[in-house]
Design a protein around this ligand. Structure first.
Ligand SMILES: [Zn+2]
Length: 283
């Protein structure tokens, strides 16, 4: 599932390509994935593209368009001038060779290109929002972004103090704590903080919480620098893959040696989610 760095990477890519373009038409091939009607956005210019947690938000002239990629959603942009290259399939870009394909469920025709919303599992969605009031329910329960002034050590300590009974892994996945932290970055932040994912929040020391406070932004920034993960379904706006998993310490590395101590990385289930950790480094 794309997490914060992946959605942010897509946002940055789309922002440079799409802002200022007019939406000519929208082809909704799977209606359940599109809440609203194409007529509500056709003819409007894209003013800005923003992100809140894992939600992408397009500001249009009269309203908003919100996107959630969920498990396997992709937003891939093919500029008109590269149309043949994309549709014909450059040998190095074979994964975007046949757009649109059977998983291209919503297709935006823009002034200078085409944007494909592909979604193998069909859990993603696109919603037309009339105004800020309609946006509110989508973002009401989200905690601060890691780079907001509201995200402070004091904030993290106070929020965690109210969740003493759950494991730290579960607490990190709760979107009301820090927005956008998912399985990959929770595991990676716990490794850097030397905290075992199964620890009860109430058992964490001040120093461990301080370490987590520092390491959550650190894993996000590292991933952003590498264009997000190299997970199976994640693609950047141009169809290419991210590179972050080559730099991950524990995620998807079960059985392989810890980069710090050489002990094989282990994987366990916590609240039905996989957790990857080093049994030697994380206590
Ligand atoms: Zn280790």
């Amino acid at each position: 599932m794309p997490e914060l760095p992946e959605v942010e990477t897509i946002k940055r890519g789309l922002k440079t390509k799409l802002v200022g373009q007019k939406i000519i038409s929208v082809d909704v091939r799977v209606p359940k994935l599109f809440v609203g009607f194409p007529e509500m956005i056709e003819g409007q210019k894209i003013i800005d593209i923003d992100r809140r947690a894992k939600i992408l938000i397009w500001k249009l002239e009269k309203n908003y368009l919100a996107f959630h990629l969920k498990m396997t959603g992709q937003l891939i942009y093919a500029p008109n001038k590269n149309r043949n290259w994309v549709v014909g399939g450059h040998p190095d870009k074979a994964y975007v060779a046949e757009l649109p394909h059977k998983h291209s469920h919503i297709i935006f025709q823009l002034e200078n290109g085409t944007l494909y919303f592909n979604d193998l599992r069909k859990f993603g969605w696109i919603k037309v929002l009339k105004d800020d009031a309609e946006m509110e329910p989508l973002v009401a329960d989200l905690g601060p972004e890691y780079d907001w002034p509201e995200y402070t050590l004091d904030y993290l300590q106070q929020k965690l103090a109210r969740r003493g009974g759950v494991t730290i892994k579960q607490a990190l996945l709760d979107q009301s704590l820090v927005a956008g932290v998912g399985n990959i970055y929770a595991d990676e932040a716990l490794f850097l903080s030397k905290v075992h994912p199964k620890r009860k929040v109430s058992s964490l020391t001040g120093a461990e919480i301080a370490a987590l406070y520092q390491n959550i932004p650190k894993v996000f920034e590292t991933s952003l620098n590498h264009g997000g993960t190299s997970s199976q379904h994640y693609r950047k706006h141009d169809g290419s893959k991210g590179n972050y998993l080559n730099f991950a310490n524990v995620y998807k590395r079960e059985g392989r040696p810890c980069k710090t101590c050489g002990t094989p990385i282990e994987r366990i289930k916590i609240a039905s989610r996989s957790s990857h950790f080093c049994p030697q480094c994380q206590k």
